[in-house]
Design a protein around this ligand. Structure first.
Ligand SMILES: NC(=O)c1ccc[n+]([C@@H]2O[C@H](COP(=O)([O-])OP(=O)(O)OC[C@H]3O[C@@H](n4cnc5c(N)ncnc54)[C@H](OP(=O)(O)O)[C@@H]3O)[C@@H](O)[C@H]2O)c1
Length: 337
Protein backbone atom coordinates (compact mmCIF):
# COMPACT_ATOMS: atom_id res chain seq x y z
CA UNK A 1 0.00 0.00 0.00
CA UNK A 2 0.98 3.64 -0.41
CA UNK A 3 1.57 5.66 2.75
CA UNK A 4 3.13 9.00 3.60
CA UNK A 5 5.89 8.77 6.21
CA UNK A 6 7.78 11.22 8.35
CA UNK A 7 10.85 9.12 7.73
CA UNK A 8 14.32 9.92 8.94
CA UNK A 9 13.83 13.51 10.02
CA UNK A 10 11.06 16.03 10.56
CA UNK A 11 10.12 18.74 8.06
CA UNK A 12 7.53 19.14 5.33
CA UNK A 13 10.16 18.65 2.63
CA UNK A 14 11.16 15.31 4.18
CA UNK A 15 7.65 13.87 4.14
CA UNK A 16 7.87 10.86 1.82
CA UNK A 17 5.34 8.77 -0.11
CA UNK A 18 6.43 5.14 0.36
CA UNK A 19 5.28 1.60 -0.33
CA UNK A 20 4.50 -0.33 2.86
CA UNK A 21 3.34 -3.88 3.41
CA UNK A 22 -0.43 -4.16 3.79
CA UNK A 23 -1.26 -4.50 7.50
CA UNK A 24 -2.80 -7.73 8.80
CA UNK A 25 -5.25 -7.46 11.72
CA UNK A 26 -4.28 -9.28 14.92
CA UNK A 27 -6.70 -10.21 17.72
CA UNK A 28 -8.98 -7.25 18.50
CA UNK A 29 -7.83 -5.26 15.48
CA UNK A 30 -9.31 -4.16 12.16
CA UNK A 31 -7.82 -2.98 8.90
CA UNK A 32 -9.58 0.05 7.45
CA UNK A 33 -9.36 0.87 3.76
CA UNK A 34 -8.89 4.62 4.13
CA UNK A 35 -10.97 6.66 1.65
CA UNK A 36 -10.22 10.15 2.98
CA UNK A 37 -8.14 11.81 5.67
CA UNK A 38 -8.32 15.33 7.06
CA UNK A 39 -5.76 17.76 8.40
CA UNK A 40 -5.54 19.36 11.82
CA UNK A 41 -3.09 22.01 13.00
CA UNK A 42 -1.53 19.33 15.22
CA UNK A 43 -0.59 17.33 12.11
CA UNK A 44 1.39 20.27 10.77
CA UNK A 45 3.27 20.60 14.09
CA UNK A 46 3.89 16.85 14.09
CA UNK A 47 5.39 16.89 10.58
CA UNK A 48 7.52 19.91 11.51
CA UNK A 49 8.77 18.10 14.64
CA UNK A 50 7.51 20.66 17.13
CA UNK A 51 4.53 18.69 18.50
CA UNK A 52 6.67 15.89 19.94
CA UNK A 53 10.34 16.11 18.97
CA UNK A 54 10.92 12.71 20.66
CA UNK A 55 8.36 10.98 18.44
CA UNK A 56 9.99 7.76 17.12
CA UNK A 57 10.19 7.64 13.30
CA UNK A 58 9.04 6.56 10.81
CA UNK A 59 5.49 7.74 11.46
CA UNK A 60 2.42 7.91 9.23
CA UNK A 61 0.93 11.33 10.06
CA UNK A 62 -2.70 12.55 10.37
CA UNK A 63 -5.01 11.55 13.20
CA UNK A 64 -8.23 11.76 11.22
CA UNK A 65 -9.68 9.63 8.48
CA UNK A 66 -12.63 7.57 7.33
CA UNK A 67 -13.09 4.48 5.20
CA UNK A 68 -14.43 0.94 5.13
CA UNK A 69 -13.47 -1.96 7.34
CA UNK A 70 -11.59 -4.29 5.01
CA UNK A 71 -10.78 -7.17 7.36
CA UNK A 72 -11.09 -7.99 11.04
CA UNK A 73 -8.82 -9.97 13.34
CA UNK A 74 -9.67 -12.96 15.54
CA UNK A 75 -12.36 -12.30 18.13
CA UNK A 76 -13.70 -9.10 16.58
CA UNK A 77 -17.51 -8.91 16.67
CA UNK A 78 -18.05 -5.16 17.09
CA UNK A 79 -17.58 -4.33 13.39
CA UNK A 80 -17.46 -6.29 10.13
CA UNK A 81 -15.97 -5.96 6.67
CA UNK A 82 -17.74 -3.27 4.66
CA UNK A 83 -18.74 -1.10 7.65
CA UNK A 84 -18.18 2.64 7.07
CA UNK A 85 -16.09 3.91 9.99
CA UNK A 86 -13.82 6.66 11.27
CA UNK A 87 -10.93 6.14 13.67
CA UNK A 88 -11.25 7.44 17.22
CA UNK A 89 -8.51 10.05 17.86
CA UNK A 90 -7.34 8.27 21.04
CA UNK A 91 -7.70 4.58 20.26
CA UNK A 92 -8.05 3.48 23.88
CA UNK A 93 -10.39 6.21 25.14
CA UNK A 94 -13.81 4.60 25.29
CA UNK A 95 -15.41 6.94 27.82
CA UNK A 96 -14.91 8.76 31.12
CA UNK A 97 -11.97 11.01 31.89
CA UNK A 98 -8.67 10.81 29.97
CA UNK A 99 -5.61 9.04 31.38
CA UNK A 100 -1.92 8.96 30.38
CA UNK A 101 -2.69 5.63 28.67
CA UNK A 102 -5.30 7.43 26.54
CA UNK A 103 -2.73 10.03 25.51
CA UNK A 104 -0.31 7.31 24.46
CA UNK A 105 -2.93 5.88 22.10
CA UNK A 106 -3.47 8.85 19.78
CA UNK A 107 -3.33 8.41 16.01
CA UNK A 108 -0.89 10.38 13.87
CA UNK A 109 1.63 10.25 16.75
CA UNK A 110 2.64 8.31 18.72
CA UNK A 111 0.62 5.69 16.76
CA UNK A 112 0.66 5.58 12.95
CA UNK A 113 -2.06 7.75 11.46
CA UNK A 114 -4.40 7.75 8.48
CA UNK A 115 -2.40 9.28 5.61
CA UNK A 116 -2.15 5.85 4.01
CA UNK A 117 -4.28 3.52 1.93
CA UNK A 118 -4.83 1.21 4.88
CA UNK A 119 -4.80 1.71 8.65
CA UNK A 120 -4.52 -0.87 11.42
CA UNK A 121 -6.88 0.18 14.23
CA UNK A 122 -8.34 -1.25 17.44
CA UNK A 123 -11.77 -2.76 16.81
CA UNK A 124 -12.85 -0.70 19.84
CA UNK A 125 -11.24 2.41 18.33
CA UNK A 126 -13.64 3.06 15.44
CA UNK A 127 -17.12 4.61 15.19
CA UNK A 128 -19.84 4.21 12.56
CA UNK A 129 -20.23 7.15 10.17
CA UNK A 130 -23.43 9.20 9.96
CA UNK A 131 -25.10 7.81 6.83
CA UNK A 132 -25.61 11.13 5.05
CA UNK A 133 -21.91 12.00 5.06
CA UNK A 134 -19.40 11.22 2.31
CA UNK A 135 -16.03 9.78 3.33
CA UNK A 136 -14.47 13.20 2.74
CA UNK A 137 -16.95 14.86 5.10
CA UNK A 138 -16.74 12.11 7.72
CA UNK A 139 -12.93 12.28 7.70
CA UNK A 140 -13.26 15.76 9.24
CA UNK A 141 -14.88 14.56 12.46
CA UNK A 142 -12.46 12.68 14.77
CA UNK A 143 -10.35 15.53 16.16
CA UNK A 144 -11.83 18.92 15.22
CA UNK A 145 -15.52 18.13 15.57
CA UNK A 146 -15.17 15.99 18.70
CA UNK A 147 -13.10 18.74 20.34
CA UNK A 148 -15.75 21.38 19.61
CA UNK A 149 -18.52 19.06 20.87
CA UNK A 150 -16.58 18.23 24.07
CA UNK A 151 -16.00 21.91 24.78
CA UNK A 152 -19.53 23.14 24.13
CA UNK A 153 -21.69 20.21 25.18
CA UNK A 154 -19.78 17.98 27.60
CA UNK A 155 -17.80 20.58 29.49
CA UNK A 156 -19.79 23.70 28.66
CA UNK A 157 -23.45 22.68 28.74
CA UNK A 158 -24.13 25.37 26.13
CA UNK A 159 -27.84 25.94 25.75
CA UNK A 160 -30.39 27.85 23.67
CA UNK A 161 -30.27 31.61 24.09
CA UNK A 162 -26.67 31.70 25.34
CA UNK A 163 -23.91 33.52 23.49
CA UNK A 164 -20.88 31.66 22.15
CA UNK A 165 -17.76 33.46 20.96
CA UNK A 166 -15.68 31.51 18.42
CA UNK A 167 -12.15 32.62 17.50
CA UNK A 168 -11.20 32.28 13.83
CA UNK A 169 -12.60 30.15 11.03
CA UNK A 170 -10.37 27.05 11.16
CA UNK A 171 -11.46 23.44 11.57
CA UNK A 172 -12.44 23.41 15.26
CA UNK A 173 -13.91 26.91 15.06
CA UNK A 174 -16.40 26.17 12.28
CA UNK A 175 -17.61 23.01 13.98
CA UNK A 176 -18.14 25.14 17.10
CA UNK A 177 -20.14 27.63 15.00
CA UNK A 178 -22.29 24.85 13.54
CA UNK A 179 -22.85 23.11 16.89
CA UNK A 180 -23.56 26.45 18.57
CA UNK A 181 -26.34 27.15 16.08
CA UNK A 182 -27.64 23.60 16.34
CA UNK A 183 -27.93 24.11 20.12
CA UNK A 184 -29.80 27.39 19.66
CA UNK A 185 -27.03 29.70 20.78
CA UNK A 186 -26.16 33.12 19.43
CA UNK A 187 -22.71 32.76 17.84
CA UNK A 188 -20.18 35.57 17.44
CA UNK A 189 -17.26 34.73 15.12
CA UNK A 190 -13.93 36.55 14.79
CA UNK A 191 -11.64 36.34 11.77
CA UNK A 192 -8.75 38.13 10.12
CA UNK A 193 -10.72 38.22 6.86
CA UNK A 194 -13.97 40.01 5.98
CA UNK A 195 -14.58 37.51 3.17
CA UNK A 196 -14.39 34.63 5.67
CA UNK A 197 -16.70 36.51 8.04
CA UNK A 198 -19.29 36.74 5.27
CA UNK A 199 -19.06 32.98 4.82
CA UNK A 200 -19.39 32.54 8.60
CA UNK A 201 -22.60 34.61 8.46
CA UNK A 202 -23.91 32.34 5.73
CA UNK A 203 -23.30 29.41 8.09
CA UNK A 204 -25.36 31.06 10.81
CA UNK A 205 -22.97 33.39 12.69
CA UNK A 206 -25.20 36.04 14.22
CA UNK A 207 -22.46 38.63 14.73
CA UNK A 208 -18.92 38.95 13.38
CA UNK A 209 -15.74 40.87 14.26
CA UNK A 210 -12.56 41.26 12.22
CA UNK A 211 -9.76 40.83 14.79
CA UNK A 212 -7.22 42.48 12.46
CA UNK A 213 -9.14 45.69 11.86
CA UNK A 214 -10.67 45.59 15.36
CA UNK A 215 -7.74 44.65 17.63
CA UNK A 216 -9.97 45.40 20.66
CA UNK A 217 -12.34 42.61 19.65
CA UNK A 218 -12.96 41.83 23.32
CA UNK A 219 -14.53 45.27 23.73
CA UNK A 220 -16.58 44.77 20.57
CA UNK A 221 -17.93 41.50 22.01
CA UNK A 222 -18.79 43.23 25.29
CA UNK A 223 -20.72 45.90 23.37
CA UNK A 224 -22.56 43.29 21.32
CA UNK A 225 -23.68 41.58 24.52
CA UNK A 226 -24.95 44.67 26.34
CA UNK A 227 -21.77 44.96 28.43
CA UNK A 228 -22.14 41.44 29.84
CA UNK A 229 -19.78 39.34 27.71
CA UNK A 230 -20.21 35.96 26.02
CA UNK A 231 -21.38 32.97 28.05
CA UNK A 232 -18.80 30.71 26.43
CA UNK A 233 -15.56 31.37 24.52
CA UNK A 234 -14.04 28.74 22.24
CA UNK A 235 -10.38 29.73 22.64
CA UNK A 236 -8.01 28.48 19.93
CA UNK A 237 -5.39 31.24 20.02
CA UNK A 238 -3.86 30.47 23.42
CA UNK A 239 -1.18 32.78 24.76
CA UNK A 240 -1.81 35.57 22.24
CA UNK A 241 -5.57 35.75 22.75
CA UNK A 242 -6.39 34.36 26.20
CA UNK A 243 -6.34 37.68 28.08
CA UNK A 244 -8.79 39.17 25.59
CA UNK A 245 -10.97 36.08 25.71
CA UNK A 246 -11.10 36.48 29.49
CA UNK A 247 -12.22 40.08 28.97
CA UNK A 248 -14.83 39.02 26.43
CA UNK A 249 -16.42 36.31 28.61
CA UNK A 250 -19.17 37.13 31.08
CA UNK A 251 -18.81 36.76 34.86
CA UNK A 252 -19.37 33.10 35.68
CA UNK A 253 -18.88 32.11 32.05
CA UNK A 254 -16.57 29.51 30.53
CA UNK A 255 -13.45 29.79 28.40
CA UNK A 256 -12.71 26.49 26.69
CA UNK A 257 -8.96 26.37 26.24
CA UNK A 258 -8.45 24.34 23.10
CA UNK A 259 -5.49 25.62 21.12
CA UNK A 260 -2.29 27.58 20.87
CA UNK A 261 -2.34 29.09 17.37
CA UNK A 262 -1.02 32.33 18.92
CA UNK A 263 1.49 30.82 21.38
CA UNK A 264 1.76 28.45 24.33
CA UNK A 265 3.34 30.39 27.21
CA UNK A 266 1.03 33.04 28.60
CA UNK A 267 1.62 35.71 31.21
CA UNK A 268 -1.74 36.44 32.71
CA UNK A 269 -3.43 38.62 35.29
CA UNK A 270 -5.16 35.85 37.25
CA UNK A 271 -7.69 38.33 38.57
CA UNK A 272 -9.33 38.01 35.17
CA UNK A 273 -10.19 34.46 36.18
CA UNK A 274 -11.03 34.53 39.88
CA UNK A 275 -12.52 38.02 40.20
CA UNK A 276 -14.99 37.09 37.50
CA UNK A 277 -15.60 33.51 38.63
CA UNK A 278 -14.70 32.29 35.15
CA UNK A 279 -14.24 28.61 34.47
CA UNK A 280 -11.17 27.99 32.29
CA UNK A 281 -11.64 24.49 30.94
CA UNK A 282 -8.82 22.68 29.17
CA UNK A 283 -10.15 20.43 26.44
CA UNK A 284 -8.42 17.34 25.08
CA UNK A 285 -10.43 16.09 22.07
CA UNK A 286 -12.85 13.50 23.47
CA UNK A 287 -13.68 9.85 23.95
CA UNK A 288 -15.45 7.35 21.70
CA UNK A 289 -18.62 7.90 23.74
CA UNK A 290 -18.40 11.63 23.01
CA UNK A 291 -17.77 10.94 19.31
CA UNK A 292 -20.86 8.69 19.17
CA UNK A 293 -23.04 11.21 21.00
CA UNK A 294 -21.92 13.91 18.57
CA UNK A 295 -22.62 11.65 15.58
CA UNK A 296 -26.19 11.14 16.76
CA UNK A 297 -26.72 14.90 16.67
CA UNK A 298 -24.94 15.24 13.31
CA UNK A 299 -27.12 12.48 11.81
CA UNK A 300 -30.37 13.83 13.28
CA UNK A 301 -29.73 17.37 12.04
CA UNK A 302 -28.02 16.24 8.82
CA UNK A 303 -25.16 18.58 9.64
CA UNK A 304 -22.37 18.66 7.04
CA UNK A 305 -18.77 19.58 7.86
CA UNK A 306 -17.38 22.57 5.97
CA UNK A 307 -14.78 21.20 3.56
CA UNK A 308 -12.49 23.92 2.27
CA UNK A 309 -10.60 21.90 -0.31
CA UNK A 310 -9.88 18.29 -1.25
CA UNK A 311 -6.34 17.28 -2.30
CA UNK A 312 -5.19 14.05 -3.96
CA UNK A 313 -3.04 11.58 -1.99
CA UNK A 314 0.13 12.57 -3.84
CA UNK A 315 -0.58 16.25 -2.96
CA UNK A 316 -0.31 15.75 0.82
CA UNK A 317 2.57 18.22 1.11
CA UNK A 318 0.57 20.88 -0.74
CA UNK A 319 -2.38 20.18 1.57
CA UNK A 320 -0.19 20.80 4.65
CA UNK A 321 1.22 23.96 3.06
CA UNK A 322 -2.34 25.15 2.48
CA UNK A 323 -3.09 24.57 6.18
CA UNK A 324 0.05 26.50 7.16
CA UNK A 325 -1.01 29.45 4.95
CA UNK A 326 -4.24 29.86 7.00
CA UNK A 327 -6.07 30.67 3.79
CA UNK A 328 -8.51 27.86 4.50
CA UNK A 329 -12.06 28.09 5.82
CA UNK A 330 -12.97 24.91 7.71
CA UNK A 331 -11.39 21.58 6.91
CA UNK A 332 -8.73 20.46 4.45
CA UNK A 333 -9.15 16.91 3.17
CA UNK A 334 -6.92 14.41 1.35
CA UNK A 335 -8.78 11.92 -0.85
CA UNK A 336 -6.96 8.64 -0.43
CA UNK A 337 -8.89 6.26 -2.70
N1 LIG B 1 -6.99 20.48 22.71
C1 LIG B 1 -7.42 19.71 21.73
O1 LIG B 1 -7.88 18.58 21.95
C2 LIG B 1 -7.35 20.22 20.33
C3 LIG B 1 -8.06 19.60 19.32
C4 LIG B 1 -8.06 20.17 18.04
C5 LIG B 1 -7.32 21.34 17.83
N2 LIG B 1 -6.61 21.88 18.83
C6 LIG B 1 -5.86 23.12 18.67
O2 LIG B 1 -6.81 24.12 18.34
C7 LIG B 1 -6.22 25.07 17.45
C8 LIG B 1 -7.05 25.14 16.19
O3 LIG B 1 -6.90 23.92 15.47
P1 LIG B 1 -7.47 23.79 13.99
O4 LIG B 1 -7.03 22.47 13.48
O5 LIG B 1 -8.90 24.16 13.99
O6 LIG B 1 -6.62 24.95 13.30
P2 LIG B 1 -6.74 25.61 11.89
O7 LIG B 1 -7.85 25.02 11.08
O8 LIG B 1 -5.38 25.60 11.29
O9 LIG B 1 -7.15 27.11 12.26
C9 LIG B 1 -6.53 28.17 11.61
C10 LIG B 1 -7.38 29.43 11.78
O10 LIG B 1 -7.39 29.88 13.11
C11 LIG B 1 -7.54 31.29 13.13
N3 LIG B 1 -6.53 31.95 13.95
C12 LIG B 1 -5.19 31.85 13.86
N4 LIG B 1 -4.60 32.69 14.73
C13 LIG B 1 -5.62 33.32 15.37
C14 LIG B 1 -5.68 34.34 16.36
N5 LIG B 1 -4.57 34.86 16.87
N6 LIG B 1 -6.88 34.76 16.78
C15 LIG B 1 -8.02 34.23 16.28
N7 LIG B 1 -8.02 33.29 15.31
C16 LIG B 1 -6.83 32.85 14.88
C17 LIG B 1 -7.42 31.78 11.70
O11 LIG B 1 -8.75 32.10 11.26
P3 LIG B 1 -9.00 33.33 10.26
O12 LIG B 1 -8.27 32.95 9.00
O13 LIG B 1 -10.47 33.36 10.11
O14 LIG B 1 -8.43 34.55 10.89
C18 LIG B 1 -6.83 30.57 10.97
O15 LIG B 1 -7.21 30.51 9.63
C19 LIG B 1 -4.78 24.60 17.25
O16 LIG B 1 -3.94 25.23 18.18
C20 LIG B 1 -4.85 23.12 17.54
O17 LIG B 1 -3.63 22.58 17.94
C21 LIG B 1 -6.61 21.33 20.07
Amino acid sequence: MRAWEIRERFGLDALTLVERKDPVPGPGQVVVRVRAASLNYRDLLTVQGSYNPRQPLPLVPLSDGAGEVESVGPGVARVKAGDRVAGVFAQRWIGGRPTPEVRRSTLGGPLDGLLAERALLDAEGVVALPEHLSFEEAACLPCAAVTAWSALVEHGGLTAGETLLVLGTGGVALFALQFGRLLGARVIVTSSSDAKLERARALGATDVVNYRTTPDWDKAVKEMTGGLGADHVLEVGGAGTLAKSLRAVRMGGQVSLVGNLAGLDAQLNLGLVFMQGVRVQGVFVGSRATFEAMNRAIALHRLRPVVDRVFALDEAREALQHLASQQHFGKIVVRVA
